[in-house]
Design a protein around this ligand. Structure first.
Ligand SMILES: [Zn+2]
Length: 591
């Protein structure tokens, strides 16, 4: 017998509490306190309200909740004294059918984890798709998290509890995130294609125009056809383009999409999510036989990550007429030029200029993307509205001091290039932290020909400085360079500086950011706005038309460019809903 949100909103407090019974293991107080927030606008609203109750309850209450959970495949399972919900979940993950060896391994992990942290290991064993993790996945998660920091692990246990509750709640309300499942499954199938050398190891790597890359293009085109797109093509650079016509022949288009190439040993959702979410929306429109007063053009960009060739944003660049012909002669690690790779793939180099879009035919560009960072995950928020894609500047720096004997040179007479760098590194950390959302990083660091017994005479390093606005970034750069000068003057060393990259920030167009904001509000979730620290295809389209992005929460601390990159089908469902909302919003705005 399932229930509805309306029933929950209208029930007496006691009845409503009974309706939510069994969500949090032996801890009905969480749902009860969340009921003060009624009426709930959505299940997502209720879920978030419960997360907030637990966040406010403090560490003791949080630990109490964690300790109210049974061990995975532990004594309670063996003696069959689990709650009905837990039995169902451990059963789905196959934990009730462990071999004696598996059982022994999991029980050892349980004991080690409990000894290290002082609470039981919690994992939402039904996983991001709700169908259950494999025993192998469970054991891997266990082993990895055993090395976590206690503060992170405590929160990670709570997040897993919220995920367990999310699935229990869906079951209670008879809700299936069917669109979320659909896009989750598409991404899973797309991830079956991986470049040689990685595929064998079960790793996902799809670089420009490899067999796996072309197989992805093929699959995307087939799915677009199934979805009911009117025109589908693989263009001159390998972008997969699907067009769903508007209600009139002269209707403008909404442009959207993201990339389907990956980094080496990357995640399944980076880029691809931004292609399949609008595909799902078009599929629904087609099933409803509905045309909007504008068309929808979904582009799976062929290249964004710059892995096989140093040609980052090739796919979206080509759409704005920024394909650089010098790229064509670049060779990959096997000596194959880009031109040869394109010919091999049947792409027509001469046609590249033709794919440049005329911005006057478009309403604007939107892109959904997995966050690739920890912010939404920490805040228990499934969606976030992007305010800007950060502008960045990169430098290579060389500090030159004097190499001298490490034993005989007194401290006050040294010209130590590394100490100068270290002082700068700490300044960069402090200076960036003063701003909201500025970041500064020394990612490469080298003491050429250094020796253990020599005061470093030279130190080379990189600096990467980013901020949501160019003026904010430039202010950080100005302070860092002034500090570099001051440190060098004081220490009697000198420096050489080379600027290697400068990319302007891409602030979201206010009207488009507002549409995402309204879509998130409509989902019943608090609106949270954040800048994107990473670059995206939207940066390129930004040069010719208004754009705004929506982020979806990543699991596992928001890790990305890593096989652990993950998000749930429930979050993907909310993303599809938000995209649909933007389409309807545009429909009402278009005359
Ligand atoms: Zn990406």
């Amino acid at each position: 017998m399932t229930m509805t949100l309306e029933q929950l909103n209208q029930a007496s407090t006691a009845d409503a509490a009974r309706m939510l019974d069994g969500l949090y293991e032996h801890s009905p107080w969480i749902a009860e306190q969340a009921l003060h927030e009624r009426p709930f606008r959505s299940l997502a609203h209720l879920k978030h309200a419960m997360c907030q109750v637990l966040a406010r309850a403090g560490r003791d209450a949080q630990l109490g909740l964690i300790r109210a959970h049974p061990e995975l495949a532990g004594k309670a399972m063996v003696s069959q004294t689990l709650t009905a919900e837990s039995t169902h979940e451990q059963n789905k993950a196959g934990l009730t059918h462990c071999t004696p060896e598996e059982l022994a391994q999991i029980q050892k992990l349980n004991a080690d984890y409990n000894t290290k942290f002082g609470w039981p290991f919690i994992l939402a064993v039904r996983g991001p798709r709700g169908v259950g993790l494999s025993k192998q996945q469970i054991i891997q998660a266990f082993e990895r998290r055993l090395h976590g920091h206690p503060d992170f692990e405590l929160q990670e246990c709570l997040r897993n509890i919220h995920r367990i509750v999310e699935i229990r709640l869906n079951d209670k309300f008879g809700v299936e995130p069917t669109q979320g499942h659909l896009v989750w499954d598409w991404q899973e199938k797309l991830a079956e294609h991986s470049d040689p050398g990685f595929a064998e190891k079960g790793q996902l790597t799809v670089t420009y125009l490899t067999d796996a890359h072309r197989a992805c293009a093929q699959r995307l085109s087939h799915w677009m056809k199934d979805c009911g797109f009117d025109e589908i093509e693989v263009d001159a650079v390998g972008n997969v383009v699907g067009r769903y016509h508007g209600s009139t022949a002269d209707a403008k288009y909404l442009l959207t999409g993201s990339h389907y190439d990956t980094v080496r040993n990357g995640g399944k959702y980076d880029g691809r999510l931004g292609i399949v979410v609008p595909m799902a929306c078009v599929r629904t429109l087609h099933l409803q036989n509905k045309r909007l007063p504008f068309g929808i053009e979904v582009v799976g960009f062929a290249e964004e990550e710059g892995q096989r060739y140093r040609a980052t944003f090739l796919g979206s660049g080509a759409l704005i007429g920024d394909f650089k012909t010098e790229w064509l002669t670049q060779c990959d690690a096997d000596g194959i030029s880009m031109q040869q790779a394109m010919q091999h793939a049947g792409l027509c180099v001469d046609d590249i200029p033709k794919i440049q879009r005329d911005p006057s035919n478009y309403l604007g560009f939107v892109e959904v993307h997995i966050e690739q960072g920890p912010v939404l995950n920490e805040m228990n928020l499934p969606l976030g509205v992007v305010s800007s894609i950060n502008g960045s500047v990169r430098f290579l720096v060389k500090i030159i001091g004097t190499a001298s004997h490490a034993g005989t040179t007194p401290m006050d007479r040294r010209r130590d290039a590394v100490s100068a760098m270290a002082e700068l590194a700490l300044f960069m950390e402090q200076r960036a932290a003063q701003d909201a959302d500025s970041v500064a990083t020394i990612g490469q660091l080298n003491v050429p020909n250094g020796s253990i017994n020599v005061v470093p005479g030279v130190c080379q390093f990189s600096m990467d400085i980013r901020a949501p606005r160019d003026d904010q970034r430039d202010a950080v750069v100005h302070n860092v360079l002034a500090q570099l000068q001051a440190i060098c003057d004081r220490r009697g060393v000198r420096y050489e500086l080379e600027e290697t990259m400068r990319v302007a920030a891409a602030p979201s167009a206010p009207a488009w950011q507002r549409r995402w904001t309204q879509a998130v509000q409509a989902a019943g979730i608090p609106v949270f706005t954040l800048p994107s620290g990473a670059g995206h295809d939207a940066m390129k389209l930004h040069e010719v038309m208004p754009q705004a992005m929506l982020f979806v929460r990543g699991e596992n601390g928001g890790i990305s460019h890593n096989p652990l990159e993950s998000t749930t089908s429930d979050d993907m469902q909310l993303c599809v809903d938000a995209f649909t909302h933007v389409l309807h919003q545009l429909e009402t705005e278009t005359p």
